[in-house]
Write a protein that binds this ligand. Structure first.
Ligand SMILES: [Zn+2]
Length: 232
């Protein structure tokens, strides 16, 4: 099966892609499924799984105190701003898999702190071996080398926030029924990806999402201010 193992929906604060549009594009691109890793949120993934005619892996890209850690196969949202260790423990409590997106990428805000990555690596289940969004192909290669060194399977995903990005990278692997079987089959998976287009993401972002993200960030700041006032 062909899976884009890292996509976002409008349930991420920085993405406007509706579940309906994502569903249409997944089918148009001939993918058999996706892993949804919305930032600090799983509601979109849970909703899409209810009606999507393809496989939906419920995941989350969790902003920990030491940067981004991904979870796959979880059923409950894990809050952001916990330590990396606590986040990993909570993922495993749910029998989910710890997935590190763009582990060694430069120029990617929100990626995991490198020292911390090495500290928790023995509890990590898989690494992202290709992420279509990160600017330097060499950083994907370094991630795959690190995975090989530690005997970890790797996944490929688009990290798509816009319709045109979905399916720009995908993982081809045998079908699975459980997270453990997913991991086993991933060892023999093939990663597919297109060449890097470093200007695509900045261009798309400037063109369409800046006003909305700015608005949401502003709303968050206002909310936080009101919260602190209330607590005084
Ligand atoms: Zn992402």
């Amino acid at each position: 099966m062909r899976l884009d193992l890292h996509v976002h929906t409008c349930y991420s604060y920085d993405c406007t892609l509706s579940l309906e549009k994502l569903s249409a594009i997944v089918q148009r691109k001939g993918l058999d499924g996706v892993a949804i890793l919305d930032h600090d949120e799983i509601e979109g993934a849970l909703r899409l799984r209810e009606w999507a005619p393809f496989r939906v892996i419920v995941g989350e890209e969790i902003g920990t105190l030491q940067g981004g850690i991904g979870a796959l196969f979880i059923e409950e949202r894990i809050p952001p701003h916990l330590s990396a260790e606590e986040t990993v423990a909570r993922i495993h409590e749910q029998k989910g898999l710890v997935f590190i997106p763009h582990p060694l990428a430069r120029g990617v805000p929100g990626k995991i702190v490198t020292n911390k990555l090495y500290e928790i690596l023995d509890q990590v289940d898989l690494l992202e071996g290709y992420n279509a969004r990160i600017p330097f192909a060499v950083d994907d290669r370094r991630a795959r080398e690190l995975a090989a060194q530690y005997g970890l399977p790797v996944a490929a995903g688009s990290d798509g926030h816009f319709a045109c990005e979905i399916g720009r990278a995908w993982t081809e692997m045998d079908d699975f029924r459980t997270p453990q079987e997913f991991l086993t089959n991933l060892q023999r998976a093939r990663l597919h990806y297109t060449t890097k287009t470093p200007y695509l993401v900045p261009a798309l972002t400037v063109a369409s999402i800046m006003p909305l993200t700015a608005w949401r960030l502003m709303r968050r700041m206002i909310q936080r201010k009101q919260d602190t006032r209330r607590h005084r």
